[in-house]
Every structure is written in C-alpha cells, then in structure tokens.
Design a binder for this molecule. Structure first.
Ligand code: ADP
Ligand code: ASP
Ligand code: MG
Length: 412
C-alpha cells in the first residue's frame, strides 16, 4: 500500500464532467489499495474572477486580509464538489479547508509561507479508509486568519502535504502531459522530458515555467519526495521531477523559459561610493518588492548607472520609490521600461560545457535581437530583451540548444 498525494489544477476541475473524471481517477487509485489525499485548485478562471471582483470593490491593492478571505473561496467550492462526486461512486471522502487540514502559515497575506503542517486529522481520515480532499492555495495564520500562498499555490499545498505525510509520490495532474523543454503553447517543437532534476526544475519554475510553483519544488527537493507531473486527461506517464542521479538523459540545456512579468528600471548617473546601492534598494525591499536582476555599470568620473528588474505588478510603485531616492544618491535620471522579456536557458549539463552563454548570445544576434541585461549562474543564463522578440528568441534558442544540441555528447 502506498500513500499518494494527487493534485488537480483548475482546468482539470473546470466543469462538473471534469470533476467526475477526477473522482473516477482518485477512486481508481484508492481501489488499487492506496491511501489517497487529493488536493484541488479552484475551477479554471474562478480565481481570476475573484481577484477582479476584489479590485472592483477594494481598488488596485485591496486589503490583503480580506483579499485572502475572498480568493480562497474558489478552492472551498471544488473540495466539496469533488467529495460529493466521490460519494456518488460509493466511496468515503471528506473535504478539508486549510485550517481543517492543519496548514499553518505565517501572516504574510497573499503570499504566505507554510510554517508547519499538523496532519492529525488527515491521518485519521486515511486510517479510516476514506479519501481526504484538501483545498489547495490556502492556510491559516497563528491568529486564525485565512491566508493564501500566492498564485499557483495549490502545487505547494500538495507537495508540502506530501512531504508532511511522507507520501511515496506527489502527482501533479494538469492540462499538459508533463514538463516540456519549453512552454508547449509557445514552442510547438518543445518535447516532453522523461525526468528533470530538482535543481533544474527549480530554475525553470523561477524563470517562468509556471507548470509548477517554485516553492513546491523547494519542498520536494528538501524532503526528497518525487513529483510526477502528468495529464489529467490521459493515463500516460508524465515527467518525474527527482534527484539528479535518477535523471535518465543528461542534456546541456534541459529547458528554455520566458517571463513576461517583469519590468526594468534604470537609475542613471548615481554616485559611485559605498552605501549607494543600499540607499536605493532598501526602501524598495522595505516596500515588499522583490528585486530580480541587478546590473551596475563600470563607473566613469565617479558616477555609474544601476539597472534592475521588478515584478510588473510592482513596477509603478518601484519607480516612485526610485524617483524618491534619486536625490539622495545623486542620480541624474530614472527611467523605466515595462515592455521587456526575460529569456533563459537552464541545464545541469552547462556546468561541464564551456561556451554555452556565448552560443546563446550569438544565436540571438543572428536573429537581430539586442540583449539589454545578462545574468548567469552555474546552471542557467538569462537575458533581458525587448518584449516583442520573446517568441522569436525562445524558438531560436530552442532550435539551437534542444533540437540541435540534444545530440551533443555529455562528458565522460
Ligand atoms: P494548473 O492549472 O494545472 O496548475 P498551470 O496553468 O498552472 O496549470 O500550469 C500548466 C501550464 O504551464 C501549461 O498549460 C503550459 O502552458 C505552462 N508551461 C509553461 N512552461 C512549461 C513547460 N516547460 N512545460 C510544461 N508546461 C509549461
Ligand atoms: N487557484 C489558485 C490560482 O489560480 C491556486 C492554484 O490554482 O494553484 O492561482
Ligand atoms: Mg498551476
């Protein structure tokens, strides 16, 4: 007997027929003799509608506590509906909200972090032979307030619960049949990976591949729980997100990702002496804005330019703060640009191959694409380019590294 956590995303529970389909799959897994916890998202489009309503009545930045009370309701609907559909198949099932399943978080509304999971009630439910149906995306803070885990957070609910229960596997059922070498909706030649290492998936998720929320991969990696990403409409094997030593293929580049959710701010002519970067970035981080890339130019005549990227939703606020700080740091000008794209290549094999970054830059240059910013780590190279070239860049890099590059022999 295995303990299996299954998570079904919004499209997979998008209408009553699809919820029935999920109920059948859950029951089939249960009837094979397994204990099953099933985590569900809100029906597709529902969370967006709730966010839209919140903004209509609460303004661009609605009160965070009330926002969480509202947007968490989508998942409360689907747990009850799925439990009912399972009952119709003659099996025991019980639904649990975040508070009921012991999903404890901090109080950082709209992007809370899980602090501890108390699985007592879920264990008792499983021991009775029932199926536990849990709400993704939501938790409870120490004061008893409802919290949410950030968009796409049901992946994290499912994986964190799998870790807490020491489950054998966490299956993520979605509308694609696995993790692809690039978003299959943008790059038609993208191909499904059989397996991908936690480290690579972590980079891919943080660089724009929304198939898994980044925190879910962190949990899985820390606790060594394998994730199996697969289709809720087919029964084929999907992609295993697992330890590096269990990955079958060794590719130089496993994935090409794009992120259209960032904006760039450039602060020109700032004084080049200790303390300046702190004066610029501290008020931005104090406002809860996460800075991604930072590039500082070489200084000439004691002055330098600093360029950085922030999430697009926080762009206006970050620009205001940078403008407010500009006097104190002696900046001559602050300018911003929202129409950017971050394109990245990711692969563990890069560590053993020289010249990957240069090959990336040449490929982009051959397409006439100008690179605005660059950042690298051991297993990824990211560039910022004009947004209108995002798809072209993605396809060109995919053709260069995945379609042609796959044949490249891995080192001995
Ligand atoms: P769910 O609602 O099931 O959580 P999401 O929409 O959050 O599903 O994630 C699945 C989507 O992720 C796919 O439809 C696909 O467009 C997108 N995606 C982006 N990059 C990748 C990738 N490398 N492999 C697979 N899917 C990807
Ligand atoms: N329903 C939430 C969202 O749309 C959480 C999730 O689906 O993972 O972001
Ligand atoms: Mg998702």
């Amino acid at each position: 007997m295995a303990l299996i956590v299954q998570k079904y995303g919004g499209t997979s529970v998008g209408d009553p027929d699809r919820i029935r389909n999920v109920a059948r799959r859950v029951v089939a897994t249960h009837d094979e003799g397994n204990q099953v916890v099933v985590c569900v998202s809100a029906m597709s489009g529902e969370t967006n509608q709730l966010v839209d309503l919140a903004q209509q009545l609460g303004g661009e930045r609605p009160d965070a506590r009330e926002y969480d009370v509202l947007v968490s309701t989508g998942e409360q609907k689907t747990i009850a509906l799925l439990a009912m559909a399972i009952h119709q198949l003659g099996r025991e099932a019980r639904s649990f909200t975040g508070a009921q399943m012991g999903m404890n978080t901090d109080s950082d509304h709209t992007r809370a972090r899980i602090t501890e999971i108390d699985c007592t009630r879920l264990r008792a439910t499983l021991d009775e032979g029932a199926i536990a149906v849990i709400a993704g995306f939501q938790g409870i803070d120490p004061e008893g307030n409802i919290t949410t885990l950030g968009r796409g957070g049901s992946d994290t609910s499912a994986v964190a619960m799998a870790c807490a229960l020491e489950a054998d596997v966490c299956e993520i059922y979605t509308d694609v049949d696995g993790v692809y070498t690039a978003d299959p909706r943008v790059v038609s030649d993208a191909r499904k990976l059989h397996s991908v290492a936690y480290e690579e998936m972590l980079e891919m998720a943080s660089l724009g591949a929304k198939v898994l929320q980044i925190r879910s991969v962190k949990f899985a990696m820390r606790y060594g729980v394998p994730i199996h990403v697969r289709s809720s409409f087919k029964s084929d094997e999907g992609t295993w997100v697992t330890r590096e030593e269990d990955v079958m293929e060794r590719l130089v580049v496993s994935g090409v990702t794009h992120n259209l959710n960032e904006a760039k701010i450039r602060v020109k002519g700032v004084e080049d002496h200790p303390g300046i970067a702190g004066k610029l970035f501290k008020p931005i981080s104090d406002a809860g804005i996460q800075i991604d890339m930072i590039v500082q130019n070489l200084s000439s005549d004691g002055a330098t330019d600093m360029t950085f990227t922030v999430p697009r939703g926080e762009y206006k606020k970050a620009l205001e703060i940078a403008n407010a700080a500009s006097g104190e740091i002696g900046a001559t000008e602050v300018e911003g640009d929202e129409a950017i794209a971050k394109i990245s290549i990711v692969g563990l094999g890069m560590q053993d191959h020289a010249g990957v970054a240069a090959r990336m830059f040449t490929t982009l240059a051959d397409e006439g694409i100008n690179i605005q910013l660059i950042s690298t780590s051991e297993i990824k190279v990211s560039v910022v380019i004009e947004e209108k070239y995002a798809e072209l860049a993605l396809r060109a890099l995919h053709a260069e590294f995945v379609e042609d590059g796959a044949a490249e022999p891995a080192p001995e």
